[in-house]
Design a protein around this ligand. Structure first.
Ligand SMILES: Cc1ncc(COP(=O)(O)O)c(C=O)c1O
Length: 400
């Protein structure tokens, strides 16, 4: 009898975490490494949020809380969804978990039966397929090619739907591409979903606030109120408020689903950290002005990276609407050889050779389901980005 579960063999460890770990290891060995793998802002959590956490500790708010969130945070989430998205939810329709990741996982665990299909646009955030597999479902991928701004079309979505489809996972702006669907583009997709009443929508709005130029964020239940009763709107404080380590994510949706998610959480982690929940109340209810200030900085970095990568022959770098990632394709580099004789046969080989030869750590596109490409997180200093892009330019110029 094998000791490890069969389920475990269906999934792989997170490749993005693996890249971050490898970069940290090489750095610890004294190598000159620039890590562009991490998906988190490079600045500190705002002071008002840290103060709220300190006040919570001093006030003794350090005990177990309600399993899926304190009433004050659920209220703040309802207010946020109304304010930013025009969506009306009651606290009973809200669930708070240990990060956006746990929220998505709870929802899949609570709903998937063997053979249930989940449609995932590719490139995708690395965890979606593996979470679906862990929960016993089957991921079904729909490709959004670079020529289409990494977005899928309504026809692509319609073609992927079968009687077994349970969820459509939607993520805009996207990790890894930064692609953001306009309200019109999203309406095309929600029109398809209106024709298939058995399909639910899990929308991961984690990068809602990280948007640039004239792009306006839109979420499915807002664009198509007819989907309200079968949409789980997921979000969190990790990215917009630089709170990745605090581990607070949330979702709003039909009460029965929220109850089912609570049941999963009650038998696994119980409540998310009490202090972090109070910090999240301040994040959502407090001043929001630093989001715009941060976005100016992110936009400048995006433009710097897109500009420098676009100068490379064989690399195409679409301009993303949001998040803090760019996803250049490297079709023109496949088949070339490095000075040390490594043939770039895949984007994984490219990323490995790039790290070994230049110390720049990126994540290969295969990890996100669309090759040949790689992902850069530009949530690091301008200086680091300029140096990293210069090294990438040199590495590519030296290929023959
Ligand atoms: C698209 C997307 N969803 C969810 C998450 C998870 O967020 P959290 O850190 O709150 O678990 C991430 C984090 O990288 C993400 O990129």
């Amino acid at each position: 009898m094998p000791f490890l579960s069969d389920t475990l063999s269906r999934v792989k460890p997170s490749p993005t975490i693996a890249v971050s770990n490898l970069a940290a290891e090489l750095k610890a060995q004294g190598k000159d490494v620039i890590g562009l793998g991490a998906g988190e802002p490079d600045f500190d959590t705002p002071q008002n949020i840290k103060d709220a956490a300190k006040a919570a500790i001093d006030a003794g708010k350090t005990k177990y809380t309600a399993v899926d969130g304190i009433p004050e945070l659920k209220q703040a989430i309802c207010a946020k969804l109304q304010r930013d998205n025009g969506l009306a939810y009651t606290p009973a329709q809200v669930s708070v978990g240990t990060g956006g990741k746990q929220i998505l996982y709870n929802a899949l665990m609570a709903t998937l039966n063997p053979g249930d299909e989940v449609i995932i646009p590719a490139p995708y955030w690395v965890s979606y397929p593996d979470m679906v597999l862990l929960a016993g479902g089957e991921p079904v991928f729909v490709e959004g090619p670079s020529q289409n701004g990494y977005k899928i079309t309504p026809a692509d979505l319609e073609a992927a739907i079968t009687p077994k489809t349970k969820w459509f996972i939607f993520n805009s702006p996207s990790n890894p591409t930064g692609a953001g669907y306009t309200a019109d583009e999203l309406k095309g997709l929600t029109d398809v979903l209106m024709r298939h009443p058995h399909v639910w929508v899990m929308t991961d709005d984690m990068y809602e606030h990280l948007v640039y130029d004239d792009y306006v964020f839109a979420t499915p239940a807002q664009v198509e109120p007819g989907l309200y009763d079968r949409t789980l709107t997921c979000n969190g404080v990790s990215k917009a408020y630089a709170m990745t380590g605090w581990r607070i994510g949330y979702a709003a949706g039909p009460e029965e689903l929220i109850k089912a998610m609570r049941k999963i959480q009650s038998q696994s982690t119980s409540n998310p950290c009490s202090v972090s929940q109070w910090a999240a109340v301040e994040a959502l209810n407090g001043p929001q002005d630093y989001i715009a200030t941060n976005n100016e900085m992110f936009k400048r970095r995006r433009d710097l990276v897109v500009g420098m990568l676009s100068e490379i022959e064989g690399v195409t770098c679409p301009v993303p609407e949001g998040a803090f990632y760019v996803y250049p394709t490297i079709t023109g580099l496949i088949g070339k050889t490095t000075p040390s004789g490594v043939v770039i046969d895949t984007d994984e080989t490219f990323a490995k050779a790039l790290l070994e030869d230049t110390g720049v750590a990126v994540v290969f596109g295969g990890a996100f389901g669309l090759s040949p490409a790689f992902r850069i997180s530009y949530a690091t200093s301008d200086e680091n980005l300029r140096e990293a892009c210069t090294r990438i330019q040199r590495f590519c110029a030296d290929l023959s």
